[in-house]
Ligand binder design. Sequence first.
Ligand code: HEC
Ligand code: HEC
Ligand code: HEC
Ligand code: HEC
Ligand code: HEC
Ligand code: HEC
Ligand code: HEC
Length: 330
Amino acid sequence: MKSYLLLFILSICLYFPSMAMNFSLDSNPDSVAVRGIDNSLYAQDNEQNCLRCHGELYYTIEDTLSGSVKRRLMGEHLRVSRDEFYSSVHWNFNCLDCHSEGYTAFPHALELRFEESWGCIDCHGYDEKFAKYNFEGIEQEFQKSVHYTAMEGEFTCWECHNPHTYKVHAREAQSSENFIVESNNMCLTCHGSPEKFGLYSDRKLGGVMTKHDWLPNQTLHLQAVRCIECHTMQGDDVMVAHFVTPKDNAVKNCVDCHSQNSILVGSLYKFQSKEARSKYGVLNGVILSNDSYVIGANRSLFISYGGIIAVVLTLLGIAIHSIFRIIIKR
Ligand code: HEC
Ligand code: HEC
Ligand code: HEC
Ligand code: HEC
Ligand code: HEC
Ligand code: HEC
Ligand code: HEC
């Protein structure tokens, strides 16, 4: 009887460590700490040159002859939010670093609108300082994507990386949910907006939700995984996959995520998975540390091994018990 009691206590002990596994993500906040309008060298220039119009709901025009003034509405897509701009990765830029000097004159001349903008690679390519992002590798993947191949020249990195608002999400994420929503919004600016989508394609945009009807609990899924988990081919040398494949290649198989070798460990949790893969006694414990529980992908090694040990000990107990009975009977 005693050995069973011991076993019972043992299994409880084995179970508990698996419940206290929360640990904080290894994030890198110092690169954002200095951002902000107060620290930007160009805040004043930007204000005078551009944001007095592009940062406001209204701008005014003046007839230089009569002196009469009119108020006009600044179109939403032409508005640049100060908050977002000065907390984005390019917060310490002069608008004129990327836009032609000619924009200081209003009305803006026609030919300015046909000038080509800088690409990410022009500034970030082959630069030690940004090597950890592997811009060159990302560019190669992007050039294989459906967007690039269908709309070469027209579809650039800027279509997803809003030049005035982009922040690094996954790499600097504090909580998984935020960065998932923000990443998905990068896709939904088009795939969720018929107007924006229509700029690039004459195809009619179907609702994103109806295209994903087969997925149970859609809202939860789209908060827990990024679009790119299912829509990209994962490569090894970049941290965020950029090879968006045609819809027929998208992940539809539940088991791809809901299994022990879940693709999520190599995509969604790539930034954390190196340190935390099985350290916490749970298979794919990194998923749990992000407040998710993915059926099939999470398995406590304590419980699994504890179970095996329990069975072995029970058998051992029975064996010893039987041996003693046989000896005593004799
Ligand atoms: C007097 C207000 C005003 C100022 C100052 C101003 N803009 Fe504009 N800008 C507008 C308006 C209004 C539009 C939309 C009408 C148009 O396209 O001409 C516009 C359009 C634009 C566009 C879109 C052009 C296109 O067709 O693709 C860009 C880019 C732009 N502005 C950049 C700038 C930059 C950069 C500055 C600062 C150097 C600036 N603007 C200063 C009012 C202004
Ligand atoms: C890092 C480079 C960069 C900086 C800095 C930058 N822009 Fe832009 N901006 C771009 C690019 C690239 C586009 C074209 C986006 C596209 O093609 O989708 C653009 C587009 C615009 C547009 C037109 C938007 C539209 O939808 O047609 C406006 C207006 C604008 N910028 C204003 C500004 C103002 C004001 C600032 C300064 C506060 C600024 N930009 C700073 C790169 C930049
Ligand atoms: C005109 C040059 C220029 C262009 C074009 C440009 N960048 Fe940058 N970018 C910079 C500079 C300079 C910094 C560093 C700013 C700082 O030190 O805060 C930076 C910072 C960044 C960072 C943060 C790096 C870090 O570790 O702090 C990211 C991410 C980034 N850019 C992504 C992009 C992407 C994506 C594109 C294209 C869509 C792009 N950049 C286009 C010049 C550029
Ligand atoms: C179809 C949309 C899309 C296009 C096009 C795109 N990106 Fe991205 N990119 C994303 C998404 C989504 C993320 C994930 C956001 C995050 O976590 O920062 C991302 C992340 C990144 C990062 C951060 C990666 C890291 O390790 O932290 C860089 C750098 C980057 N992209 C560069 C580029 C460059 C360069 C191009 C063009 C050659 C490009 N992107 C084109 C959607 C796109
Ligand atoms: C600037 C607009 C824009 C953004 C942002 C954008 N897309 Fe697209 N995407 C399009 C357009 C337009 C097409 C249609 C291309 C064509 O005509 O074949 C497309 C096609 C696709 C397809 C192929 C569909 C098919 O029929 O095979 C997939 C998958 C896709 N996008 C996923 C994404 C994902 C994932 C993101 C975010 C990482 C994203 N897109 C961001 C505009 C966008
Ligand atoms: C769990 C995996 C998964 C996630 C997450 C996911 N998709 Fe899909 N998506 C698919 C599959 C599979 C299809 C193909 C469906 C079919 O053809 O029956 C598809 C189809 C599409 C299409 C093609 C629609 C068409 O024209 O037929 C687009 C565009 C698309 N998804 C965009 C997105 C965007 C944007 C997100 C993020 C908000 C997203 N997807 C999230 C798996 C996913
Ligand atoms: C791209 C990866 C991925 C794919 C593919 C996927 N799931 Fe999930 N699923 C998740 C994640 C992540 C969660 C965890 C959500 C959370 O708890 O935060 C989840 C949660 C669930 C849940 C639990 C919902 C709840 O209420 O707690 C069910 C049920 C589920 N998925 C069923 C499915 C089925 C059925 C399929 C196939 C048709 C599927 N999933 C495909 C990633 C995926």
